[in-house]
Design a protein around this ligand. Structure first.
Ligand SMILES: [Fe+2]
Length: 220
């Protein structure tokens, strides 16, 4: 941990000083992103491009669906992720995807409930964006809610030429459901710290309720 902190500080003296200084609240996780499976509700590219929700697009704002007048139900969350490697270097230009269920606990997926009234049409459910040169990628989504048998979580998948493809899940730090979650319980303290997002009340307006800056460490 000491080495990694020092490495980050040394790196901060370089070209990304401004970017790192602009994100002082980022916590440094203790280890590389613990891998997890995509689970049963990862929306395949083919379905995203041809399915009933294809026209809505899959951008970084999951709370706004094209053609839907109402924004997503739930507590809106400003989610900023910064991707750094174990040497403290920013992993710029990473491709990042997130997906999660809506406030009715429904995933935007062909195997979940898709009939009108069964899901929140204002929630995109899946989004993708590329990290900038500072390694930061930003989403607007909702605070995750419990799914039957699961504590609140946001699935995340990263792609980059340097490390390939990584999938995991982000949890809400301090959520009372974590202790009963079978995936959370398998994680040791460091892994839990790497995946626990410390949500804060949002400083900005615009309907936001929560914000979080979370650092994801990838293999160098
Ligand atoms: Fe899930």
């Amino acid at each position: 941990m000491t080495i990694r902190r020092r490495s980050l500080l040394v790196h901060a003296a370089g070209s990304t000083l401004a970017a790192l200084c602009a994100l002082p609240a980022l916590a440094v996780p203790g280890r590389v992103l613990p891998p997890m499976t995509d689970g049963p509700f990862y929306p395949t590219r083919r379905w995203r491009e041809t399915g009933p929700f294809a026209a809505g697009g899959w951008d970084a704002d999951l709370t706004q669906v094209t053609g839907q007048p109402a924004r997503a139900r739930g507590e809106h969350l400003d989610l900023a992720l910064q991707v750094v490697d174990t040497d403290g270097r920013v992993a710029d230009r990473a491709e990042v995807e997130i997906w999660q269920c809506d406030t009715l606990a429904v995933y935007r997926h062909p195997r979940d409930r898709n009939e009108p009234g069964q899901f929140d049409p204002g929630f995109q459910g899946f989004g993708m964006a590329g990290a900038g040169s500072d390694g930061v990628v930003r989403f607007r989504t909702i605070r995750p809610v419990p799914y039957p048998g699961r504590t609140p979580h946001i699935h995340v998948k990263l792609r980059h030429a340097a490390f390939g493809e990584l999938s995991s899940q982000l949890f809400v730090d301090g959520d009372s459901g974590n202790a009963r979650d079978f995936l959370w319980r398998r994680l040791d303290d460091e892994a839990q710290a790497a995946l626990a997002m410390a949500l804060q009340p949002a400083a900005a307006g615009d309907g936001l309720r929560w914000q979080v800056r979370h650092r994801i460490v990838v293999p160098a």
